[in-house]
Structures are given as C-alpha cells and as structure tokens.
Design a protein around this ligand. Structure first.
Ligand SMILES: [Zn+2]
Length: 407
C-alpha cells in the first residue's frame, strides 16, 4: 500500500462543469489520483499549488482526433504520409502528438482512426496506460471502414496496388467480420465513413454520395452494439447523416448539413453531434485553391446546421479532427468557433467536458470537478467565460493527480 499523497489546488476561480457559473477562491483537494473534496481551506501537511490567478476547469476532452496524421489539407499531403512514411515512423510521430494533446489540456481523447497505420493507436494507448509515454486517456477506433472506391488513396493506375486509409469492406457479412476483427485487435469504437463527394444543391442543401447501403450500415451497427461497442459515423451531408441515424449509430461526425427531421431523431435518441468546425475552415482555403470551392460554402452551411442543432436540443460534443490540421496548432481553437456559431463560452466548455465525457461513457469518472472523480484538472490564466480564447492558453494540466504542466 502506497502512502496517500494529498495535493491542494488553490484556484482563483473554478468552473466545475456541473453548472454554468464560476465559483471564486476554491481549494480542490486531490488525494492520489482522485478528487477528494472541494473546499476553501487547505489541510495541514498538503502540498499547495498556487493557481490563485487562474480558473480551474475539468480536463478537456477532444472526441475526434487523429494522432497518426500530421495534417492533410491536400490529397498530396495525405498520399505522402501513406506512401512515404512507414507505420512505425508514423507511430513515433503519434507519440509526440499524444504528448502535445495532453499539454494543450486534453486529458482524454477519442482517436477516430489511424488513416492507414493499422492498429498503431491501440499500441499508443497501451504505452500511455502503462506509463511508458505521456498522453491523454484514449479511446481508439483503429482502422475504420469504407466501401470499395470511396476512400483514398485514389486515382492511381488500376494495376498499381496502393494502401487505403481504411479497411475496405463490401456487403453486410464482410462488414460484420471486419467489426469483429477490429474489436479483437483493440478497437473501442467502430468508425464508418458514410458519405463522400459533396455538392451544394440549388436549394442550399449539402448533398453527397452515400457509401454504405443501409443494410451494410445496419449490419455494422448491430455487430458493434452486440459486442457492446459504439459506432461513430463520418457523415457530412444529407444522405450520409440520414442513413447513419436510420442505422442507429451513436455519434455523427462533422455533420455540415443535417436535415431537421434527422436532428429531431438525434435529439430523441440521444445521438451525439460532433461538429468539428475549425478544421473545416482550416482546410477550406487550401482545398478551394485546388479547385474544390464547395469546402468554402460548407463552412457557412455548417453554421446554420449548428444553430438548428442547438435549437433542436441535440447533444453537441467538442471534437476537432486534430491531425486533419497540424498538431502544432492548438485544437482549443474550436472553442472560439463554437461561440461564433451561437454557444455561450460556458456551453462550449461543457461540450468539451461534461457532454464529451457522456459521449465516452466515462461520465462517472471524468468530465466534471467533483469528489470521487479522477483528478483530471486544467487551468487557464483569467476568466474563460469572458474570453473563451483563453482555452488556448492552458498552463496547468493534471491527469489522474499527476502534474503534467504548471504555470
Ligand atoms: Zn476525422
């Protein structure tokens, strides 16, 4: 039995994510890896960490990352990573990204597929859990699924075999087998790509080509749920979202356009919406320069959808697609976009803490600051409810009672 270690965090303010208000002059007592008490006086003998000029918050949760990616604005960026970098080299880079995520204040992430790097995410997660390398708590999706002809690498001569960023499957039985395979190799989530090839119709609706048939999607969801795993669906437009919701997926990723009737179903069934706004703007300019103007319009359509989703009462969880943009860029830039699209700073922070923990099924251990939960705590210098861009200035990070970073 190791002796109990008690640390007292003296916080100028506390946003515990249980409500939407700040509390002033609070002391958080941390005993070993857990929060023991929220109080106003430090117990004698405790190590006191002075955060009296800071606001303490629950550790942040990014529910959509790619630690095996280093940014892919253009097709060439992506192809280069799959063709010129070995999975082993990419895994080394991923360990650096995992550390970056933690230092930005993300104490938990859901990593939504390795983009051609096999099961490397499951190994990074294992190395973090075994204390070999620093990084956030991870849920991983491993290889993801898409159909023939839908996912890069694309456009090479038919006689040239190239790798794909996903496991390619066709037909309900093969899809079911792939789900079993991925789960057996460590997938926490099954990720599907439900649509591709986006275009804006005359009536302003963002349309798409659905990848899987409804039968295929249903088989994937059924098999994952049967094995008590959840399904995340990349669905950016009308049909991809509709089929995903019909098939019973658990989270909709990106969702640039979602029809009102699908928002209604999502709200009723508790399907989470992970909008990933910032990345859309980040890649739009580069992709427009390559001739794909649709990506610029998609950002505007996204704002309208986000506002309708809020009104419909859909659960919105914070997710960024980090890795789709360079990990040297702080994913916390997403907060300012959520506020720009209509959330209050408090709502955006709750989306990245309390709501995100619910998406992960970890609401009993992380996501809020309260006694009994894991001591995943971050701090920012000032009041993030007055200026949400302070979330990009996290300067204190504690994960499970261990201090990762201090001001
Ligand atoms: Zn993604």
């Amino acid at each position: 039995m190791v002796a109990k270690k008690t640390v007292a965090l003296r916080c100028g303010s506390l946003f515990d994510s249980r409500g939407e208000a700040l509390r002033k002059n609070v002391i958080i007592i941390v005993e070993n890896e857990k929060i023991k008490e929220i109080t106003t006086t430090a117990p004698s003998g405790a190590e006191v960490i002075d955060l009296s000029h800071e606001t303490c918050l629950p550790g942040l949760i990014d529910t959509h990352t790619h630690i095996l990616l280093q940014g892919d604005i253009t097709a060439a960026d992506y192809d280069q990573q799959l063709l010129k970098q070995s999975p082993e080299y990419r895994t080394i880079l991923a360990t650096v990204n995992a550390r970056r995520a933690l230092e930005y204040g993300f104490t938990s992430i859901r990593d939504l597929e390795t983009e051609g790097a096999g099961y490397a995410d499951a190994d990074v997660k294992k190395a973090i859990n075994n204390g070999i390398i620093p990084g956030p708590r991870m849920q991983v999706a491993t290889r993801a699924l898409d159909v023939t002809g839908a996912y890069p690498l694309q456009g090479y001569a038919p006689n040239v075999p190239v790798p794909h960023g996903v496991q390619v499957v066709d037909g309900p039985d093969n899809a079911r087998q792939a789900v079993r395979e991925q789960i057996s190799h460590g997938a926490d989530w099954i990720k599907v790509y439900s649509d591709r090839s986006y275009w804006v119709r005359d009536d302003g609706v963002l349309d798409d080509i659905p990848t899987f048939t409804l039968d295929e999607l249903r088989a994937i969801v059924d098999e994952a749920h049967r094995e008590r795993h959840k399904v995340a669906s990349h669905a950016m437009a009308l049909k991809g979202v509709h089929n995903s919701v019909e098939a019973g997926v658990d989270t909709i990723e990106h969702g640039n356009y979602i029809a009102d009737e699908d928002l209604k179903t999502m709200a009723a069934r508790g399907v989470f919406y992970v909008p990933t706004i910032f990345v859309g703007d980040y890649v739009a300019q580069g992709r427009a320069a390559e001739g794909a103007q649709v990506w610029v319009k998609m950002v505007q359509i996204h704002e309208d959808t986000f506002r309708r989703a809020m009104k419909a009462g859909v659960k919105i969880a914070f997710g960024t697609d980090a890795g789709g943009f360079d990990w040297k860029v702080d994913p916390a830039k997403e907060f300012a976009w959520m506020v720009k699209f209509g959330m209050t700073p408090a709502q955006a922070i709750r989306a990245a803490t309390a709501t995100a923990s619910e998406l992960l099924g970890q609401q009993n251990s992380v996501g809020t600051i309260e006694p009994g939960k894991l001591a995943d705590i971050v701090a920012v210098p000032g009041d993030p409810l007055a200026d949400v861009t302070l979330m990009e200035k996290v300067d204190f990070v504690m994960k499970g009672g261990m201090i990762v970073r201090r001001p």
